[in-house]
Write a protein that binds this ligand. Sequence first.
Ligand SMILES: [Zn+2]
Length: 144
Amino acid sequence: MIIKIKDIKEDQVKKLVIDIGKEHFLDIDPEVSLSNRLKGEINLFLEDKICLQGKIAYNLSLPCFRCNKSFEKQFTVDINEYYEEYDASNSSIKDIELNSKSIITFPLINGEIDILNVIRDYLITSIPIYAVCPICNESESQRR
Ligand SMILES: [Zn+2]
């Protein structure tokens, strides 16, 4: 799912409908898997930078930190990224920089963005370190 930036016109918003099968994300984590298709919508447009904005939703099956049983958890994640043209002849490039809005600007390599890779990064980042299933969560709150 590679988008070529030169195909996008200055005043145009490119809408990408995202509907990706879990087979594309088998490598995200040995214990975590997608339990249905990942769906969402991402808009790509040009301002002073190349902007990628949207939302993705998916369910993950992940092990409970307390009882170790797998359970399903729903996720909705906002996508917000900026890209800048990457000049291969310029050796003094900053790889990743934070701008004032704390949004990461990535270098655009070969004029392309691989949407699948972007989504995979968000997916991996969204996996909680200590996920607790509803049953354990319930018994925990009763103890308090
Ligand atoms: Zn549990």
